[in-house]
Design a binder for this molecule. Structure first.
Ligand code: FES
Length: 249
């Protein structure tokens, strides 16, 4: 606790004079809307592909004919992207403040008498973030494949608006994933001397690249969140006939 706020202050107590609560409004609105949209789409189980396009919410597509899984195929893969975002250090800060008001903002009283951090269930699961990162990188490979396939129309090369939307989506998701704090630690953490070995120097280079992205992690988190929702919405709109895909080539 900082800025003169007592550790055991009442909820909302602060010496701050600015409108600190304004910060959490976009978080509540954006994350709330995304949560509702993604949940509806994950359970919908249709309008997830059209021509060479596959919605990122349904990739990789498993058992679409319902041979052994009677529900929406999206539910089979949800744990990967959801686990990655939910345990992300940036989103944790955002939803702890926005939805749990714990604390509502920096230097604003949260009104609790004890603090166990993330040492007990369910918050203990946040420690799995590194493993969700590995899973997220695997998902990027699937989405990259989908983006490449989206340029093939009836066996021929072509470019539709959907191809560009799916490509932009995987690029933004890649930037978000490779700006991850856990990846930065993997690249450059627990090293005493970067210049002592060839592998140390290589790790330093990678660490610098990841650090450059990591400085924009929050921004990339939001942009990629909106992009993935819009990519799904585009595929859904084309698949259900609400709009027509425009072929550029
Ligand atoms: Fe945000 Fe890893 S810290 S994705």
């Amino acid at each position: 606790m900082s800025a003169g706020v007592p550790a055991r202050s009442r909820f909302g107590a602060t010496l701050r004079r600015d409108a600190w609560w304004v910060e959490i409004l976009p978080v509540v609105v954006l994350l709330g809307l995304f949560g509702i949209y993604a949940t509806v789409r994950a359970f919908e189980g249709r309008y997830y592909e059209w021509g060479p396009y596959l919605s990122p919410f349904y990739s990789p597509l498993i058992d679409p004919e319902h041979r052994w899984w009677p529900f929406s195929p999206a539910l089979l893969i949800l744990v990967g992207p959801l686990g990655f975002r939910a345990t992300c250090y940036y989103y944790r800060k955002a939803y702890y403040r926005g939805f749990f008001l714990d604390p509502p903002a920096c230097a604003v009283g949260e009104g609790r008498r004890s603090y166990r951090g993330e040492t007990a269930f369910p918050f203990l699961l946040q420690n799995f973030h590194r493993f969700f990162l590995y899973l997220a990188i695997l998902f990027l490979a699937f989405l990259g494949y989908d983006a490449v396939v989206s340029y093939r129309f009836d066996g021929r090369f072509g470019v539709g608006v959907g191809s560009l939307v799916l490509t932009l989506n995987v690029v933004l998701l890649t930037l978000y994933t490779f700006s991850c704090h856990s990846l930065r630690h993997l690249a450059g953490g627990a090293v005493d001397c970067f210049s002592c070995s060839a592998s140390g120097r290589a790790r330093h280079r990678v660490w610098k690249w990841v650090t450059a992205l990591n400085e924009r992690h929050g921004l990339l988190a939001w942009i990629s969140l909106v992009a993935v929702a819009l990519a799904d919405l585009y595929v859904r709109s084309v698949a259900c006939g609400a709009i027509r895909d425009i072929r550029l080539f």
